[in-house]
Design a protein around this ligand. Structure first.
Ligand code: SF4
Length: 411
């Protein structure tokens, strides 16, 4: 794979001269951030609205704060995404992954098929599998437990990063468990950590349009905080660039920071740009819905997240799946310190029309980090460096028979 060369997105001149050229308000916010002082929601909103010239100073400050917090290195994780079903009746407007149970392309993997994929991932050097699926109408709460049991039987040592807060909400409802009891049982069956997806924008008005508020902001926060309380760490995310804007982004980041102050359970923050292709949200309202974030907004989101979250969530991931490998690499000099997972296969973003999303092998991850002028290292899910004698496989996964023949689940 060849990549374009990327270095810092800002013009290289001393930070003092950059701050001197700014308005008093911008200079004061950026100086606070450089000194490690907490910036407010209002400050963050001001930063999102800054001009092109001011953004140059913002990216430079975010890069300096990234360097102070994480050093001159950036990470990636060798992982495999496993989407066990694409059947879902929730009808989220931004999603083009979920299909009805009788659709010709409906899939529902048996727990043994998921376990085989986990084994294949482990044999290729993965330390983690990331497992998520649609909210299948026939699924029972027990399926979530049985899947964990099957993977643990096949590959006891693999870290299972699985089940979004929406799936926890659904599984708990199906089994009539409290969130706490369901999460405690998931942990006992081998769940190691959870993706903090389904956050979208943590704002009731916006969520009403995206998901009819089925999983409310309050539900999301409660499930995440309960997970942290029972010892399950999670990531945190935002999906931006649709019907949202700077005020929502600033409030979302500050809410995540508040949760982290209470629990300390977030491992990282992952900005996920909205992919508009074929999503019902865009298709049905092309005049009112944006076609995803601009390049400038991608840079601002990673940079401002670094400044708002510093000292609380110090790992900011750039998603190559959403932005492409080259842009993700450039984010490493605007606040991000991680390129996320190698993935091996990823179907959710591709179903929504993203151009990226299959696999970036470890050697190419390292090239992308080196091209940003940083030193690469392989990490595990919890951001510990992986020093392994096990060789990772540096050629893309060719789908196995199990990948092509979904095993239908009969409930
Ligand atoms: S985003 Fe998830 S819960 Fe919503 S429709 Fe798509 S698969 Fe279902």
């Amino acid at each position: 794979m060849t990549f374009q060369h990327h270095t810092a997105p800002y013009k290289d001149s001393p930070i003092d001269s950059k701050l001197a050229g700014l308005s008093l308000r911008m200079a004061s916010i950026l100086s606070k951030a450089l000194e490690g002082v907490e910036i407010t929601q209002e400050d963050a909103e001001t930063l999102f609205s800054c001009t092109h010239e001011e953004a140059d100073a913002l990216f430079h400050v975010a890069d300096l704060v990234r360097q102070m917090r994480c050093g001159n290195k950036a990470s990636y994780v060798v992982t495999r995404n496993i989407n066990f079903t694409n059947v879902c009746n929730m009808g989220c407007q931004f999603c083009n992954f979920g299909v009805s149970k009788n659709a010709p392309n409906a899939e529902f993997l048996s727990v043994d098929a998921v376990a085989l994929r986990a084994l294949e991932a482990h044999q290729r050097g993965a330390t983690e599998i990331c497992v998520q699926g649609g909210l299948h109408p026939d699924i029972s709460a027990d399926y979530y437990f049985e899947l964990l049991d099957a993977v643990k039987r096949e590959v006891p040592q693999i870290h299972i990063h699985a089940y979004s807060p929406f799936e926890v909400w659904y599984g708990a409802m199906k089994g009539r468990y409290s969130y706490r009891d369901f999460l405690t049982k998931l942990k006992a069956h081998g769940l190691s950590s959870m993706p903090g997806t389904a956050a979208e924008i943590l704002d009731t008005q916006v969520r009403r349009q995206l998901t009819k508020n089925k999983l409310s902001t309050e539900n999301w926060v409660e499930i995440i905080e309960t997970a942290h309380q029972v010892g399950i760490r999670t990531t945190s995310t935002i999906m931006y660039g649709h019907i949202d804007g700077p005020s929502h982004w600033a409030a979302h980041l500050c809410l995540l920071r508040d949760i982290q102050k209470r629990t300390g359970g977030f491992t990282e923050f992952v900005p996920l740009g909205f992919i508009h292709y074929d999503s019902p949200l865009y298709r049905n309202n092309p005049e009112q819905v944006r076609t995803g974030p601009t390049q400038d907004e991608h840079f601002k989101m990673h940079a401002i997240a670094r400044l708002v979250l510093q000292g609380h969530i110090d790992n900011i991931q750039a998603s190559w799946v959403k932005m492409g490998p080259d842009t993700a690499s450039a984010m490493l000099r605007a606040g991000a310190n991680d390129l996320g997972g190698t993935l091996m296969n990823e179907s959710i973003s591709r179903a929504a029309g993203a151009k990226h999303g299959q696999e970036v092998v470890p050697a190419d991850m390292e090239k992308l980090i080196l091209q940003a002028g940083l030193s690469p290292y392989q990490r595990n899910t919890l951001y510990e460096e992986v020093i392994s004698s096990k060789k990772v496989i540096n050629h893309p996964l060719l789908c196995s028979a199990q990948d092509r023949i979904p095993v239908r689940f009969s409930a």
